[in-house]
Design a protein around this ligand. Structure first.
Ligand code: PGA
Ligand code: ZN
Length: 390
């Protein structure tokens, strides 16, 4: 609450977190986080202008005093940092995306939708690969892009019902189907549904993956363990496997194909592909230092932006800006443990991220999708889809 504005933001949580991320909560959990806001942060904030985003974010770092928000918690700083921006936008009676991005912020991101999955996002016998995604690259508006993703989700559901006798209709924590099938079979089904839906809507919807390979990596044995498929792959075999999938299925995007310290394999794969984004999530954790190393080593050509991985809006903006200048596509993203907060929809437009990863099903995912549909309506004739240039 400021003299003439109000902002309220809730922070999400992740299940497959990168090791170098900001620590989400202080010791003592949520209660301790609330205490820190009341006793440590609020007294210092009173008297500052909500518009002084950098100063507020610097203050959060200062009050925390560690490299990774261990003391106050990354989620605490995320909520304070974003709520300040919300309150400032509110005091101008402006939507957040316009307040942060200015009047020229008129590009809508393509929604990268999670259709089927496993890994750490579902229990039981499920694919090892965390997310089988789709990107409606040919859509002319955000609304038709979002509708195409829902169509693929439904189509995959019908195929699973028909072909898998033991399919219960179960879904993982991002709303993606979680069937008892192998990784290649899952990709076959998603890619078949993509082709059918592409024909129906008249534009291309392409398959994509988040392998979340740090969850598969066994550091002692130096290999990726695919439990569902009963396979182990060393780094070279993993590279050949992923490259094969990209070629066979025409994948448009692959996130975290290797574990979070393997910059070298990211580099090798990026050098070998054409027309496919190789994206770092656990690899970069939205952190400028890790991204600059990636840029220097040509590891990847895309980066996931999760504000709560670094803790403040200013930090996330610096990383996004650095990525764009280096030719890396920034992909703003939800977390698996989301809330119904809608702010990342505004950040996607304000930060000019050409892609938003925010799921297809579930109220907490739809909150972001609906907000982008509203932004598109608000922009009216000025609304454009971002340029993907993949
Ligand atoms: P999360 O990760 O479960 O930590 O949110 C999702 C992802 O790997 O993209
Ligand atoms: Zn990921």
């Amino acid at each position: 609450m400021t003299t003439d504005g109000f902002g309220r933001v809730s922070a999400p949580a992740g299940a497959s977190r990168g090791k170098a991320e900001a620590v989400p909560f202080p010791e003592g959990g949520v209660e301790e986080a609330v205490k820190k806001v009341k006793e440590l942060i609020a007294p210092e904030l009173i008297g500052l202008s909500a518009e002084e985003q950098e100063r507020i974010d610097d203050l959060l770092h200062e009050l925390d005093g560690t490299e990774n928000f261990r003391n106050i918690g990354g989620n605490t700083s995320y909520a304070v940092s974003l709520a300040a921006a919300e309150a400032a936008a509110d005091s101008y009676i402006m939507p957040l995306f316009q307040y942060l991005g200015g009047n020229l912020a008129n590009e809508l991101p393509y929604p990268l939708g999670n259709i089927l999955g496993g890994g750490k996002h579902a229990l039981g016998k499920v694919p090892d690969i965390q997310e089988f995604l789709v990107l409606p690259v040919g859509a002319k508006s955000f609304r038709e892009a979002a509708e195409a993703n829902v169509m693929v989700h439904r189509r995959v559901g019908s195929i699973l019902k028909k072909r898998c006798g033991d399919f219960t209709g179960g879904r993982g924590d991002e709303g993606a189907w979680a069937p008892n099938i192998g990784n290649d079979e899952a990709l076959d089904i998603v890619s078949e549904a993509c082709e059918e839906v592409s024909d129906e809507v008249g534009f291309k919807v392409r398959p994509a993956l988040d392998i979340a390979a740090s969850s598969l990596w066994n550091e002692e044995e130096k290999c990726y363990v695919y439990v569902r498929d009963g396979l182990r792959r060393d780094s070279g075999e993993q590279l050949d496997y992923v490259l094969g999938l990209i070629e066979k299925y025409g994948l448009v995007y692959v996130e975290d194909p290797f574990h979070e310290e393997d910059f070298e394999s990211f580099k090798e794969l990026t050098g070998k592909v054409n027309g496919c984004l190789i994206c770092g999530d656990d690899l970069f954790v939205t952190n400028v230092k890790r991204l600059s190393r990636g840029i220097k080593e040509s590891a990847g050509n895309s980066i996931i932006i999760k504000v709560n991985q670094v803790g403040t809006l200013t930090d996330a903006w610096r990383t996004t800006d650095m990525a764009r200048k280096a030719g890396y596509k920034p992909v703003i993203s939800h977390r698996s443990g989301e809330t119904t907060a809608f702010q990342i929809a505004h950040l996607a437009v304000a930060f000019r991220c050409p892609i938003i990863k925010t799921g297809v099903m579930g109220g907490e995912r739809i909150a972001k999708i609906n907000e982008l549909i509203r932004i598109e309506e608000l922009l009216g004739e000025r609304a454009r889809m971002a340029e993907l240039n993949i």
